[in-house]
Design a protein around this ligand. Structure first.
Ligand code: FO1
Length: 309
């Protein structure tokens, strides 16, 4: 079994390659739910949906989230009623949130609901939300404390970050199967996702970091920072705000207690020795995933590292 720790878009792109290299049934993806948010009375799990829609082949590839060709009639109507419409929920996407919310209200756990959606979308990879209990990523900025989606989407990540908080994480238990999957895996991949608000959130869930340190699995990370900038998202602003070095080295420092290998981009080749000094083996390659071939090649490289080839 290969286990992947995943945020949204970067992780989903890597997983598109991984499912072509490893049998999908032999992959477990543990997904960040700190970005989860409620709008219009509905529970939205952006990273879970990004992973599922991408693997189902229905994602809007350009944006990396939402469903391709979706329309926004429902949201327009909600706007007419004076509701907030800055979080762009498409008509088809809304069906997922209605279904999720309905099942949660019936008493199913988030993991059970996720599995129903996975199955209906024909996704064969096992997808586990990191916890069934709510964890909310809150960003303390110079403009006050706000939900991560408000910081990112509504305000365009323009505010200065002072602190990142994972509300509820102390009480949240890992979803049943999460720790076992890490401990029994052949390999663990830390996807090229935001190290603070995607991977950092998963690592903050009770027992996850310890399981990563203890597992006999080969643990391979892929840097989401290339040439001092994130491939997508606000990782640079968050890392900077927290006083971290915005580079593949800065990410390696965050993972140094459990990584065996770190895959960094060619443009960051000069960081290899510094990262190796942290006790992590380094591979330098092209990590930018534009085409399916790029994704498959990167996945092959990671699987070779896991299998010691
Ligand atoms: N990201 C945006 O930048 N703007 C949006 O309006 C937006 C809507 C949205 C709706 C559903 C969904 O599953 C994701 C959505 N995202 C949107 C992406 C999301 O905010 C983030 O990219 C993730 O939370 C970070 O991984």
């Amino acid at each position: 079994m290969i286990v992947a720790l995943a945020g949204g878009v970067g992780a989903a792109r890597f997983l598109q390659g991984l499912v072509r290299v490893v049998e999908p049934e032999d992959i477990t993806v543990i997904v960040n739910t700190g970005d989860d948010v409620e709008f219009h009375g509905l529970h939205i799990s952006p990273d879970v949906d990004i992973v599922l829609y991408t693997l189902a082949g229905i994602v809007d590839e350009e944006k990396g989230w939402g469903i391709k060709g979706d329309t926004f009639h429902c949201l327009e109507m909600l706007g007419l009623y004076g509701q907030e419409t800055w979080f762009k929920l498409g008509d088809r996407d809304l069906a997922t949130h209605i279904y999720r919310t309905m099942l949660l209200r019936q008493g199913l756990t988030l993991a059970e609901v996720t599995d129903r959606i996975r199955s209906a979308l024909g996704v064969r990879v096992r997808v586990l939300p990191m916890s069934n209990e709510p964890v909310r990523t809150m960003i303390l900025t110079d403009e006050g404390l706000m939900h991560f989606q408000e910081y990112l989407v509504k305000r365009g990540a323009r505010d200065r970050v002072l602190e990142v908080r994972f509300e509820g994480v102390e009480e949240a238990r890992p979803t049943p199967g999460v720790l076992e999957a890490i401990e029994e895996a052949e390999g663990v991949v830390v996807c090229p996702s935001n190290p603070i608000v995607s991977i950092g959130t998963i690592l903050a869930v009770r027992g996850v970091r310890k399981a990563l340190r203890r597992t006999a699995a080969t643990v391979v990370g892929i840097s989401p920072i290339v040439g001092g900038k994130p491939v997508k998202g606000p990782a640079d602003k968050l890392m900077e705000g927290l006083g971290l070095e915005v580079s593949a080295y800065g990410v390696a420092q965050l993972y140094q207690d459990f990584l065996d290998w770190f895959v960094i981009d060619e443009v960051d080749g000069r960081l290899k020795e510094r990262i190796e000094d942290l006790g992590i083996k380094v591979v330098v390659t092209n990590t930018i995933m534009r085409t399916l071939e790029d994704k498959v090649r990167l996945a092959e490289l990671v699987v070779d590292l896991i299998r010691g080839q």
